[in-house]
Design a protein around this ligand. Structure first.
Ligand code: PA5
Length: 376
């Protein structure tokens, strides 16, 4: 359910047309995925997760952007129990950070899940080389049985290497792009290893396939309409510190889906009450070009009072505030929430007249970086 302190007319006809467009889009494979998940692959994911849990103290998850943020968001939010700890690598080019990750694993038993749809992204490629070296030094040829590659079904450097060496492979479906891939093997394998109940997660998402259409359309219409009125920044506000990476996933989802052709709303995020003591002043009284989207997770009594206080104070400060009620703080709730935001984001991007599923700007950076590295 969405509540607001402002009124906006919803053009249901336009919303329905956009939904049809997304359904016809060749990158719309995530739309009905939770309802028609390949149960053979699902069983393979669970089997691999159990094997990793049996064999390894650490699973090194290597990936960036859509190949990383979604599963980290849910793992950090739910903090499930598992004997296998997840270590993230390949999400920056910081040598210091890579060294830290290598040292964290130390002499412990570990496996690697390298995730890259293109199989050519530089950050994960470099981290993979470093961890592969460590793995082969520790296990010799047996290292190959500890590498799990999630990548394109047919092409790419990572695909070819995995096929030649017999790594266990999982596929990023052709019709699903990085940031819409949380509920594929990209996210499901690391989540299962970390102890997230992936059955419940998919159950939540499957229920959302029908139930969130209307609220997603409403939310997309609201943000588009606010954007057209000059509210060009959206502040996602959560009152649960453990959801910081969910905020990061949201920033990526909306930023990469919508920010093109000089269009879109700049997504940013805060954790309250912490950030009420840093950005709170600006929120209350700074430049009025922003609106606030509260992600209202079920919470304790005191924290609920903070939510209420923020809604009242920020409305008084002239901020359009909308709140999205999250049904439950568990796997089902997050499955539903992921699907809700994916759908709302795709609809919203279409309303801005841009393609929600490409990221030409990111490709431009990747291209420049490769050119500069070539010069060294
Ligand atoms: O959402 C996206 O498509 C991007 O964020 C990609 O996931 C990111 O650039 C990593 O790409 P790849 O999975 O090809 O390594």
């Amino acid at each position: 359910m969405i509540t607001t302190n402002f009124k906006i007319e919803i053009d249901e006809k336009r919303g329905a047309e956009i939904l049809q467009e997304i359904m016809r889009d060749q990158m719309g494979g995530w739309l009905d995925l939770p309802k028609k998940y390949d149960m053979g692959e699902f069983a393979k994911i669970k089997e691999a997760a159990e094997r990793i849990q049996d064999e390894s103290e650490y699973l090194v998850c290597i990936g960036i952007g859509g190949s990383y943020l979604g599963h980290r968001a849910i793992i950090e939010a739910l903090q499930p129990r598992s004997g296998t700890k997840i270590v993230y690598a390949g999400n920056s080019l910081s040598e210091r950070e890579l060294k830290r990750a290598l040292e964290e694993v130390g002499d412990a038993d570990f496996s690697i899940n390298v995730i890259s749809k293109s199989g050519t992204t530089l950050e994960p490629a470099i981290a993979f080389e470093a961890f592969k070296k460590k793995l082969f030094e520790k296990y010799g040829e047996d290292a190959k049985n500890r590498i799990y590659a999630t990548t394109d079904a047919r092409t790419g450097t990572l695909h070819d290497e995995a096929a030649i060496n017999g790594y266990t492979m999982f596929v990023v479906p052709d019709d699903i792009g990085g940031r819409y891939s949380v509920l594929t093997a990209v996210g499901l394998l690391p989540m299962a290893v970390a102890g997230v109940d992936i059955d419940k997660l998919l159950e939540g998402a499957a229920e959302a396939v029908e139930s969130v259409i209307k609220p997603a359309m409403e939310y997309a219409t609201m943000r588009h309409s606010l954007g057209m009125k000059g509210y060009d920044t959206e502040v996602f506000a959560s009152f649960e510190p453990a959801t910081m990476y969910f905020n990061e996933w949201l920033k990526q989802l909306f930023g990469e889906s919508e920010g093109k052709n000089k269009q879109g709303i700049l997504p940013t995020a805060v954790i309250y009450s912490t950030d009420l003591h840093s950005l709170g002043q600006f929120m209350q009284d700074g430049r009025r070009n922003l609106f606030e989207t509260i992600i209202d997770y079920p919470t304790d009594e005191m924290n609920a009072k903070v939510v209420k206080a923020v809604k009242i104070a920020h409305a008084q400060g002239g901020i359009p505030v909308l709140a999205i009620d999250v049904s439950s703080y568990d796997e089902k709730g997050f499955g539903e929430l992921v699907y809700f935001f994916e759908l709302a984001c795709a609809i919203s991007a279409k309303m801005f007249g841009v393609n929600p599923f490409d990221q030409p700007g990111v490709e431009a950076y990747k291209h420049e970086l490769k050119r500069l590295i070539g010069e060294i």
